[in-house]
Write a protein that binds this ligand. Structure first.
Ligand SMILES: Cc1cc2nc3c(=O)[nH]c(=O)nc-3n(C[C@H](O)[C@H](O)[C@H](O)COP(=O)(O)OP(=O)(O)OC[C@H]3O[C@@H](n4cnc5c(N)ncnc54)[C@H](O)[C@@H]3O)c2cc1C
Length: 431
């Protein structure tokens, strides 16, 4: 802020309010700065010459302020020298409020806005109205050769102070020309993107006999995404029993292709879709990260039919299912398959916190009985007591556990201790 601006704007009343509100000390400094001529620099000149409108405040002889909006082609407000600006005044609605006000009081206040760049220049000045007879040469300098209307008069303003304003509350707005310009600038990149999208899809990676495409993606938790895979014609898929997994080819950032396994989460009964749930492992070798970053709707893979190292028992013995974290993936499908067969079951699901537990609420809605959840990282919340779960289970129950290696080891230790036959305890480790 120039001291010239502060000296005009900060009247005794304004200073009193600043004192009352505690900002006086800050603004006082501006007034104490060595007096500077309010001379426009290159930045102000370029800004003024780029404007296609501004607001002009005048004061009537009755003391009322009046604000007029002035518009014209860019640059219609001309910089005549470092302290003088002016514009040509054309025939308008013939009210002459601003011009009339200037006859009684030559003081004006201008607001110049640059909405796209959120900038505002405020100017105090003294205005003079000039007519053809007064100074035809000066009037000619204010005229705009591209504007055909007749110049009635010119307004020349001697600058008494100016100040730039904080951009915080200026909403960016764009004129039609500015929007058109931005579209022109963005068009090559948008066209390139569109032609990439329309280009032949990349060859599917992998070398399995089944070509599957990603047809759905859902964010289940902050770190787990579900992917739906189907044949390209949404045809029937090879049957997969609960507990099965797919070997999935993944292209890493270095373009090499690796294989990762993902359990099928698909609810039994779906014959045209495999669903997998992938936890993004931030400290792994990059397989799950690459899936999260590169798999999109339409991504195609060549996979072998699902394999199954974690099948359910075929008889009618009850089951106790224990899942930790992403281990819920096969366990969910297994619980749903057992329920379809009317096999009595308990489902114990532990996670760090509720938001980390994929399918938690869906399972609560589906399994109103025998579904127990535990939180390992939330103080005061019930933690899974593996020994207790095994101890309370039916004497002929079959146990299935999938989750972190520590959980699998805890189940093994407890089953040994309780003398449960090893063939009644099945586990799948993701490591
Ligand atoms: C049968 C089966 C089913 C699976 N099902 C699922 C599933 O449904 N959902 C799912 O998200 N995952 C599943 N997985 C795991 C999955 O296959 C991947 O291993 C997982 O996505 C991580 O791959 P990655 O390349 O990101 O990380 P990886 O490099 O495989 O790392 C995985 C973990 O191992 C650790 N690790 C990696 N390298 C080393 C090392 N050299 N030394 C010590 N620790 C290391 C990392 O800290 C990380 O936590 C399954 C695995 C198997 C075998």
């Amino acid at each position: 802020m120039t001291s010239a601006f502060a000296n005009i704007a900060f009247t005794a009343n304004v200073k009193a309010v600043q004192t009352h509100m505690g900002s006086r000390e800050t603004y006082c400094r501006h007034e104490q700065e060595p007096a500077q001529e309010p001379v426009l620099g290159p930045h102000e000149i370029a800004f003024i010459e780029a404007r296609d409108s501004f607001y002009l405040g005048t004061v009537s002889e009755a003391g009322w302020p009046y604000v007029q909006h002035r518009g014209g082609p860019s640059g219609f407000l001309k910089v005549l020298d470092a302290r003088m600006i002016g514009y040509a005044d054309f025939s308008g609605n013939r009210q002459y409020i601003s011009t009339g006000n200037l006859a009684g009081d030559d003081r004006v206040s201008l607001f110049l806005m640059d909405y796209p760049h959120q900038a505002r220049l405020k100017i105090f000045g003294r205005a003079r109205v000039i007519y053809e007879d007064d100074d035809s040469e000066l009037l000619a300098r204010l005229d705009n050769p591209h504007y055909r209307a007749r110049v009635e008069r010119g307004i020349v303003i001697r600058i008494e102070g100016f100040d730039w304003n904080c951009p915080k509350y200026i909403t960016p707005r764009y004129t039609e020309d500015e929007v058109a310009q931005r579209i022109r600038e963005a068009t090559p990149a948008l066209t390139a993107q569109a032609s990439q999208r329309n280009a032949r899809p990349e060859e599917p990676i992998g070398n399995g006999e089944l070509v599957l495409a990603i047809t759905g993606i859902r964010q289940l938790t902050p770190h787990i995404r579900a992917y739906e895979l189907r044949t390209e014609d949404w045809g029937e898929l090879p049957l997969a029993e609960a507990g099965a997994h797919l070997d999935v080819p993944v292209r890493l950032a270095d373009r090499s292709v690796v294989t990762r396994q993902y359990s099928l989460v698909t609810e039994p009964g779906h014959h045209d879709m495999y669903e997998i749930a992938v936890l993004r492992e931030s400290d792994g070798r990059g397989g799950s990260q690459a899936i999260h970053e590169t798999w999109q709707i339409g991504t195609r893979l060549r996979v072998a039919p699902p394999g199954n190292h974690f099948p359910l028992h075929a008889d009618s013995r009850p089951a106790v299912l224990i899942a930790g974290g992403i281990g819920i993936a096969p366990i969910k499908a297994m619980a749903q398959a057992l329920r379809r067969r009317d096999i009595p079951l308990e489902l114990h699901y532990t996670g760090r916190s509720p938001v980390d537990m994929a399918y938690r609420d869906q399972l609560a809605a589906e399994f109103t009985n025998g579904y127990f959840t535990y939180l390992s990282r939330v103080p005061g919340h019930q933690r899974l007591d593996v020994a207790e779960v095994l101890h309370r289970a039916a004497g002929d129950a079959v146990f299935y556990v999938c989750g972190p290696i520590a959980l699998i080891n805890a189940v093994r230790t407890a089953t040994n201790r309780l003398g449960i036959a090893p063939e009644r305890v099945q586990h799948e480790s993701f490591c």
